[in-house]
Design a protein around this ligand. Structure first.
Ligand code: SF4
Ligand code: SF4
Length: 364
């Protein structure tokens, strides 16, 4: 059973020392970074957000982490897929006390190629500024994700510590609804029936489905007068699962470059929004803030994070239209996006990256 450290947002007094930033300082000291980072180059992989999104991890927490690494003799830097515009959201060298860089360099061409063989997914291009580090801190903002249900530590690496080519290949696993061009009469009833703006016709009259928005409600299938759309019994499930399998495989390739005990995971369960920080926007939280988790086991921390996000705590204004997701089954993220978020955990576990059994140690 793997240990997950946890600092709750709950507080008992109006005193700074009882609030989350102070607890985070104590949690970071308990992580065991001290012995590992001395004299080492430490990559802090995080999502610095996009556009006018403001619900990523606050720079003050990142500085706390960087300061602790430096205090123990390590050399930290923050990196993300792109740090363009990051300064406008507060992620600067001045604020964080360490460099802020693009994972694949300013050209996007600095990477180490590796090969995998999973359907159309063939190339894991591990970002140069990830592979070159001695120690990796996977610093993740937990939120929902349209394609995999949940985005945490696995998604932070699989989609954020690689090149555009690799990201594209993982997205290429999505696939989805089968459409028969010859029987379709372009009446567009399917588009009108979709409550999620997930389907459309392109300029050439071809039917398109955006898996990120599609929840497998099958309204489009049911309204089609000609039976031109089909999903098959397990087709939707298989295809969204492929995306998560690809993410797990990619994560394995990123992690295999690090010596045992040289990767740490921190998950922020605050501002837990419906969709990824890539969207460059911030919506209200889906549930009240929970706290911060840390672990050396990526599977355990992801499981503990998903378990802590409960449907009974749903704040409906975090969902478009104030939907309370009633009448649906499964985890909150599955009700929201139509994809089971636990698939990625099963895959990570099968690949030997950790275990879903965990114990919580609270750090106050
Ligand atoms: S409802 Fe069926 S026939 Fe009409 S546009 Fe959509 S796929 Fe084509
Ligand atoms: S299955 Fe539902 S959400 Fe997906 S495209 Fe069809 S109508 Fe839209």
């Amino acid at each position: 059973m793997s240990e997950v450290l946890f600092s709750s947002v709950n507080f008992s007094k109006y005193e700074a020392g009882h609030t989350l930033p102070a607890k985070f300082e104590r949690l970071v000291k308990k992580m065991g970074l001290g012995e590992v980072v001395r004299g080492k180059i430490v990559a802090i992989k995080m999502h610095v957000g996009r556009g006018i999104g403001f619900t990523t991890i606050h720079p003050m927490f990142v500085k706390t982490l960087a300061d602790e690494i430096k205090a123990n003799g390590g050399k930290p830097y923050v990196c993300d897929q792109t740090v363009e515009g990051a300064a406008s959201r507060g992620y600067t060298q001045e604020a964080l006390g360490c460099p802020v860089v693009d994972v694949c360099g300013v050209t996007g061409k600095y990477f180490y190629p590796k090969e995998v063989n999973f359907k159309s997914f063939k190339n894991v291009d591990v970002a140069g500024h990830i592979m070159d580090a001695d120690v990796l801190i996977d610093l993740s903002h937990v939120k929902g994700h349209g394609v995999c249900g949940f985005g945490g530590a696995c998604k932070n690496l699989a989609m954020g510590a690689v090149t555009d080519r690799t990201r594209g290949q993982i997205h290429g696993l999505e696939g989805l609804i089968d459409w028969n061009s010859e029987t379709c009469i372009r009446c567009k009833k399917c588009v009108e029936s979709c409550n999620h703006n997930a389907n459309s016709f392109d300029d050439d009259g071809n039917y398109k489905v955006f898996l990120h928005h599609c929840t497998n409600c099958q309204h489009c299938v049911m309204v089609c007068p000609n039976g031109s759309i089909s999903m098959g019994d397990n087709r939707f499930t298989e295809r969204f699962a492929d995306f998560q399998k690809g993410m797990a495989l990619c994560t394995q390739k990123v992690l295999e470059g690090f010596a045992p005990g040289h990767v740490f995971y921190i998950n922020f369960l605050t501002n837990i929004t419906a969709i990824c920080d890539c969207w460059g926007l911030s919506t209200p939280a889906l549930v009240p803030d929970i706290g911060i988790m840390a672990s050396k086991d990526i599977v355990a921390i992801e499981k503990a994070s998903i378990d802590a996000i409960k449907i009974e705590n749903l704040l409906p204004n975090g969902v478009p239209g104030g939907d309370n997701l009633s009448g649906k089954t499964g985890h909150l993220f599955e009700r929201l996006h139509g994809k089971n978020p636990f698939v990625q955990l099963d895959e990570l576990e099968k690949l030997g990256l950790g275990e879903q059994q965990y114990s919580i140690t609270e750090i106050n």
